[in-house]
Design a protein around this ligand. Structure first.
Ligand code: UD1
Length: 420
């Protein structure tokens, strides 16, 4: 397993270009199963997760190509039985269920596993598909879904922690080919869901209410191929903002959509970070001390849970006490113990992390536990004095395209150390 060796203390300086969004690309690839025509997706990030999704689509019979950030998918013939082990390994693969059921009226897909950040149930996905007429059974680790036909319905998709992102995408995709009108209430408003809706509209779907909590879908008989550019990755962009701020750097970020950052821009500025639009780009810089701030993760446009870990790494540098409350996933503080190895002073109390910041971090060997936790450890390593070895960065390779070369271009001293 590969590791990153980071020699910290160097302010990040220069320019970085943001890649396409992983969390949009995964359901977009699944949506291509809704038609027998060829679909083209541009600005797809080259990541182990996107490669993995293509393998899943191929295992279902689709022909795929991935060259220079462009993916083509042609699902002319398709089977509804997914490879158990392939699907089980990646949470994002659950969004093939809606398209398979809509197109074939039958789908057998292994239950995606839980993961380190929480149990990650799929009850809302199943509730939505059942409301459209799917008969769902769980048997031998598989979800088996069948339907004579899918029919529009009004579906409330809110759960204990609010709306579901992939659940909304799944039902949206299935409803696009259902008979009649579907209304999704308490739909997720994340930009990745809106991107899926735009793609579906490009395929001939009829959807209203994009970006709002009420999506109205009028089913059509058939969808056709289309060409679509994936939105930029707001989580990657926010990760670079945190890294620049943590190292007292000055970075010009190209290709991002700051209007997708939601509460992150506001909280960075509250902490004393400067953000300035320069044409289509965004400059992030920090000259003075960081101020403590409190954040609570919430559905969009609230503070994203996927930036919580990176923000904690940043707040370790802020002089004073910050409180970070996690409201989306129950066990998403795995990075805290690792940050404490580097000298951070953090206490966990229920869903909150209390950070007493301002003490300099010092490099240490640390272990990445999940994708965003890995990013937090990299940020801490870049800001810390001395050497940090971040082990198990395969998590990071799932979601960040060429992270070390982007950081090297900003002057960071970061090397990949290849493991067995
Ligand atoms: C997506 C993102 C993930 C992000 C998360 C929240 C992808 C590939 N992943 O995951 O990076 O952290 O959104 O922004 O896009 N829930 C249920 N029942 C369900 C589904 C979800 O109770 O059927 C709960 C979850 O346990 C969690 C909350 O709803 O507490 C939100 O999860 P959800 O939005 O579904 O996350 P994902 O779509 O899986």
């Amino acid at each position: 397993m590969d590791s990153f060796l980071i020699k910290g203390g160097i302010p990040l300086q220069g320019e970085v270009t943001i890649s396409g969004s992983k969390n949009a690309a995964l359901p977009l690839m699944a949506a291509a199963l809704l038609t027998a025509d060829t679909c083209t997706l541009r600005r797809v990030p080259d990541l182990s997760d996107t490669r993995f999704m293509l393998r899943i689509l191929e295992s279902l019979g689709a022909e795929t190509r991935f060259e220079n950030g462009t993916v083509t998918i042609r699902a002319a013939s398709l089977r509804g039985f997914g490879d158990y082990d392939l699907i089980r390994k990646m949470r994002g693969s659950i969004c093939i269920l809606g398209p398979l059921l809509a197109r074939l009226k039958e789908a057998t897909v292994s239950l995606p596993g839980g993961c380190i950040i929480g149990t990650r149930p799929i009850d809302l996905h199943l509730k939505g598909l059942a409301a459209l007429g799917g008969r769902i059974e769980i048997e031998g680790g598989y979800v088996k879904a069948k339907a004579k036909k899918l029919e529009g319905n009004t579906i409330f998709l809110g759960g204990r922690a609010g709306p579901t992102v992939l659940g909304t995408a799944n039902i949206l995709m299935a409803a696009a080919l259902a008979e009649g009108v579907t209304v999704i209430e308490s739909a997720a408003c994340e930009p990745e869901v809106t991107d899926v809706a735009h793609f579906l509209i490009g395929m001939g779907a009829k959807i209203q209410g994009l970006g709002s909590p009420t999506l109205t879908i009028t089913g059509v008989r058939e969808l056709h191929g289309t060409d679509h550019e994936v939105i930029p990755d707001r989580i990657e962009a926010c990760t670079f903002l945190c890294a620049a701020a943590a190292t007292k750097g000055d970075v010009l970020v190209h290709g991002a959509k700051p209007e997708h950052f939601g509460a992150v821009s506001d909280k960075l500025q509250e902490a004393g970070v400067q953000l300035k639009r320069e044409g289509a780009s965004l400059r992030v810089s920090r000259s003075g001390r960081l101020k403590p701030t409190d954040i609570t993760t919430l559905p969009y446009a609230g503070f994203p849970t996927d930036v919580q870990a990176q923000f904690i790494a940043l707040l370790c540098q802020a002089h004073g006490t910050s409180v970070v409350t996690e409201r989306i996933f129950e066990s998403r503080f795995m990075h805290v113990a690792e940050l404490m190895r580097m000298g951070a002073e953090i206490a966990i109390e229920g869903p909150s992390a209390i950070i007493k910041g301002g003490r300099p971090l010092s490099g240490a060997p640390v272990m990445a536990s999940d994708l965003r936790a890995s990013a937090a450890l990299v940020i801490a390593g870049l800001a810390a004095e001395g050497e940090t070895m971040v082990n198990r960065i395969y998590h990071l390779d799932r979601g960040y395209e060429r992270m070390e070369s982007k950081l090297q271009a900003l002057g960071a001293n970061i090397q990949r150390v290849e493991g067995e």
